[in-house]
Design a protein around this ligand. Structure first.
Ligand SMILES: Cc1ncc(COP(=O)(O)O)c(C=O)c1O
Length: 401
């Protein structure tokens, strides 16, 4: 609402502040943006039961910050995280090495805040999560992209980048990777390459930041061991995960796993008086009984939606769209003919009711990303996926003619 004439607060905003957000204009009919999930798969009935049980047990503790417990987060939730990581990702972790965060975005913020100073070199996959790239840019990190193939980050190129930095006397703070269901490319790094990545990082004495928020959503059910699990020496990998993609993004629950000397320092940076307790107690209660069954069912739904979008892309785009079938998750990464500028397609696509993520924000080299786009297939029902992709194909064809 616009205030009455009088004091102009906006005149006081500090120089260099980011531009204001546009007012939310509602959900478009064909929403392929962001990391939205399948609405019908959200286990809200299970959440309701779990919340009732959890509140009966922990209700009075809501009177205290952190439920009167550790600021690292609700212990049963941290115990679930460590038990699930051991069972599902071969990673043995103690609950004392888990820090619950408000989404894994807060995990990124804490790890970055703990490790990065302006100008520090950081290595990332050439196409990677835009939320990571924008954070690294805001922190004025010196970001270096590594080439990708169908198995994720290419180790030969990683080695070249590390050697070149070493010749300049520069040691990167960390290698940030999304090894399991990479965002945006949807690849899964095989175990052998994970070991090579660790060996390479070790040779160069560089840490790894492993972001694993899609790892439970591998379509063939074969989640590889985490890189942190393979780090037998321990301590070289800081790991983060999330309940956003497996349960619901609106929960805002994620976690960091690292050795205590690191966790203790990141905890000192987490000055928010604790992540939401209602989410924590509900998810701890729900997940202990239902997580595996829920994730199996969700993955089957997402796999069908993935088939739907890949089929629609082939049908509507034909030769115009090149992509690899994602191995899991909720995104497909599509390359359009060279010279296409997907940023310029946003407005005409919106006019047809379609929203997608243009590739430039997802790449260390915006020119490489310009002809690419990321499409989230998690949210829409298959029929709408097909209609939305057909509309998007019309927009792309019109731009080329
Ligand atoms: C790779 C990656 N990391 C972190 C996040 C942040 O997710 P959240 O804060 O919802 O856990 C996302 C969200 O899409 C992501 O794709």
């Amino acid at each position: 609402m616009v205030g009455m004439a009088g004091f102009d607060m906006t005149a006081l905003l500090r120089p260099g502040l980011a531009d204001g957000e546009a007012e939310w204009a509602g959900d478009p009919p064909f929403n392929f943006v962001g990391g939205h999930n399948d609405p019908a798969s959200v286990p809200f009935g299970g959440f309701a039961e779990a919340a009732a049980t959890a509140l009966a047990r922990h209700g009075p503790a809501l009177a205290k910050y952190n439920l009167g417990g550790s600021p690292q987060g609700h212990l049963p939730l941290r115990e679930f995280v460590s038990e699930a990581l051991a069972r599902r990702a071969h990673m043995s972790t103690d609950a004392s090495e888990v820090l619950v965060t408000s989404g894994s975005l807060q995990a990124l913020d804490l790890v970055n805040a703990g490790l990065l100073a302006p100008g520090d070199p950081v290595i990332v996959e050439k196409a990677t999560y835009a939320g990571t790239l924008s954070r690294l840019a805001a922190l004025r990190a010196d970001v270096h992209g590594v080439e990708l193939d169908s198995d994720g980050m290419r180790i030969d190129h990683l080695n070249d980048v590390l050697e070149s930095l070493r010749r300049q006397g520069r040691r990167p703070k960390f290698i940030y990777t999304i090894p399991t269901v990479q965002n945006p490319t949807g690849t899964v790094m095989p175990v052998a390459r994970r070991i090579e990545l660790l060996e390479t990082a070790r040779r160069h004495d560089v840490a790894i930041f492993e972001d694993d928020c899609y790892a439970d959503l591998v379509f063939n059910g074969q989640r590889p061991p985490t890189i942190r699990a393979l780090d037998s020496g321990g301590g070289q990998v800081v790991y983060c995960g999330s309940f956003s993609k497996t349960l619901a993004p609106a929960l805002r629950l994620g976690y960091i796993v690292a050795d205590w000397p690191v966790i203790s320092r990141l905890l000192a940076l987490k000055t928010d008086a604790g992540s939401g307790a209602l989410e924590q107690i509900t998810v701890a209660e729900y997940a202990a009984a239902h997580f595996d069954d829920h994730v199996d069912a969700l993955t089957a739904v997402l796999s069908k939606k993935c088939d739907a979008i890949c089929g629609a892309l082939r049908e509507s785009f034909g030769e115009l769209a090149r992509f690899e079938e994602p191995r899991g998750g909720i995104f497909v990464w599509v390359a359009l003919p060279d010279g296409t500028d997907t940023d310029r397609l946003v407005a005409p696509a919106a006019a047809r009711g379609v929203e997608f993520n243009p590739g430039s924000a997802w790449c260390t080299d915006p020119d490489y990303g310009a002809s690419r786009m990321r499409l989230c297939f998690g949210h829409l029902p298959p029929g709408d996926i097909a209609a939305g992709i057909a509309a998007l194909a019309d927009v792309v064809r019109a731009s080329l003619s």
